[in-house]
Design a protein around this ligand. Structure first.
Ligand SMILES: [Zn+2]
Length: 289
């Protein structure tokens, strides 16, 4: 009776070279297929994201000598109608002027719209209340948002009547097509977002920059700093204000933490929204980290 020998190892030891070749071919083919699939998925995601892209105006703001202006401006002296009281909170603090935005500058609004969306904020209340919105008034507000028409009259000429936390800035804009922020992806985009989207760093990535880079993925941009129109850069869950019509108010602007470094929401962002159909409805949303 022959002695039992070692059991052959499932053929590997019979034709090791041939098996290795087959394995290698299968491995290469799998990698190639996977690579193709990734390319297709990535391109599909980029194409779909671009269908959601819309114009934003990225703001560059430089310290400037203060002067009266009906243009979009941050800090300094507001244009304010003659005869109207400047904004004051219900605790009689004069509110600080933050910005005025010419709605005609905002993508998505009528470019002929010369109204200003004027934004004042009670930093005194915020500091006393140790919270972003200060002491709430009867509408829960420590701020004032109103529509002004500089073509309808003259300015009050009172200059700056409350502490200016921003400092007068001239503003210029760069138009950029941007995709929504991640929190605003719809189901279609959410379903196909590539895994490396969340770890992508652009070639000029600067880890010391206070704001993320505009290049969020090859071929895709999202502006996270101060801008007019486009998509809000939510820091927490999206919080779209709804107008009395039941529709979302339109995104007008966001003010970043660099511009607002002296204000109560310095670690976050202020978002302004308004109705775009001529109705005088506007809302402020502040999110901080
Ligand atoms: Zn106040």
């Amino acid at each position: 009776m022959p002695k039992p020998g070692p059991v052959p190892d499932a053929g590997w030891c019979l034709l090791p070279d041939a098996c290795a070749s087959v394995t290698l071919v299968i491995f290469v083919a799998t990698r190639s297929l996977q690579g193709e699939r990734d390319t297709v998925n990535t391109q599909g995601f980029v194409n779909t994201a671009l269908r959601h892209a819309t114009e934003t105006k990225k703001a560059r703001y430089e310290p400037a000598s203060d002067r009266l202006s009906t243009a979009t401006r941050f800090g300094g002296t507001p244009w304010w109608p003659n005869g109207a009281d400047r904004p004051c909170c219900d605790r009689n603090h004069p509110m600080s002027f933050i910005d005025q935005i010419s709605l005609g500058d905002v993508p998505g609004f009528d470019s002929a719209d010369q109204r200003l969306l004027s934004f004042h904020y009670c930093e005194d209340c915020a500091r006393e209340g140790q919270m972003s919105f200060g002491w709430p008034d009867d509408r829960g507000r420590g701020y004032d948002l109103c529509f002004l028409d500089p073509t309808a009259g003259s300015s009050d000429g009172h200059g700056c009547v409350a502490h200016d936390w921003i400092g007068a800035r001239d503003v210029s804009f760069e138009s950029i097509e941007e995709i929504p922020a991640v929190g605003d992806f719809d189901e279609e985009l959410d379903a196909i977002v590539p895994i490396d989207f969340f770890s992508y760093e652009p070639p000029d990535f600067d880890e010391y920059s206070p704001l993320p880079a505009d290049d969020v993925y090859p071929g895709l941009k999202h502006v996270s700093g101060t801008k007019l129109g486009g998509h809000p850069s939510w820091l927490q869950n999206p919080d779209w204000p709804i107008g009395t019509s039941g529709e979302r108010l339109r995104f007008v602007a966001q003010l970043d933490m660099v511009l607002c470094s002296e204000l109560a929401w310095a670690s976050g962002m202020a978002f302004l929204f308004a109705a775009h159909d001529g109705a005088e409805e506007a809302e402020l949303v502040i999110q901080s980290t």
